[in-house]
Design a protein around this ligand. Structure first.
Ligand SMILES: Cc1cc2nc3c(=O)[nH]c(=O)nc-3n(C[C@H](O)[C@H](O)[C@H](O)COP(=O)(O)O)c2cc1C
Length: 189
């Protein structure tokens, strides 16, 4: 059975650089025979987390999110950097998926291999998004891998054929994805 990697973007913006970088990375995984999918924000909207809402019953979007994470062997998570941290959409996704649910799925991040990536038009590529999101995944007992990739100058980072201009970043991405496949594959066996 093929390894399943779920892509999650912390931006729902049309033309999001993070989503584009995520899609690019998932394309590389597919070339390695990995089965990939992307969590669809439009199909499964997530309200801003509130414990009252949670008590009233889990929103469909949150239940779908938890199911998708639970079914994946690993997660590739892309988040923009907003004001020196990761995006509120990313936090909302992480928080909803950390909560207990009637399906019996509790914190679905636990023991889940995760690689984080970011993209920004700025020179540092959203690096502080990665630095700030990492302890959150640690708290949730996700198996967050040491490898991470930030893509700077994201508005002009790709060649016309869709490949990355910067060979160094492309190399970091390949190593990070190889680690994700390796760890997720070992845990699946
Ligand atoms: C509220 C806000 C704060 C931002 N702060 C930062 C920042 O601290 N560092 C940075 O590199 N870019 C920052 N940006 C610019 C984002 O990197 C840029 O809008 C990027 O395109 C967002 O990601 P997306 O293309 O995936 O939607 C900020 C954008 C917004 C809307």
């Amino acid at each position: 059975v093929a390894l399943k990697i779920l892509g999650i973007s912390g931006s729902s913006r049309m033309g999001s650089y993070n989503t584009a970088f995520l899609e690019y990375a998932l394309g590389i995984l597919r070339e390695k025979g990995v089965e990939t999918s992307v969590f669809d924000h439009a199909a499964h909207p997530l309200p801003l987390f509130n414990e009252d809402l949670e008590r009233e019953g889990f929103p469909e979007g949150a239940a779908a999110l938890k199911q998708a994470i639970a079914e994946a062997d690993g997660i590739l998570f892309a988040s923009p950097e907003y004001n020196a941290s990761f995006s509120p959409l990313a936090k909302n996704i992480i928080d909803w998926a950390s909560r207990p649910h009637v399906s019996g799925l509790n914190n679905v991040w636990a023991n889940k291999p995760v690689v984080v990536i970011s993209a920004s038009p700025g020179g540092f590529g959203g690096f502080r998004s990665l630095v700030s999101i990492r302890p959150v995944f640690v708290q949730l007992e996700a198996l967050i891998l040491p490898q991470q990739v930030s893509l700077g100058g994201a508005h002009q980072a790709f060649n016309e054929d869709g490949t990355l201009k910067d060979a160094r970043t492309a190399g970091f991405l390949t190593s990070a994805l190889d680690r994700l496949v390796h760890v997720a594959g070992r845990l699946k066996d």
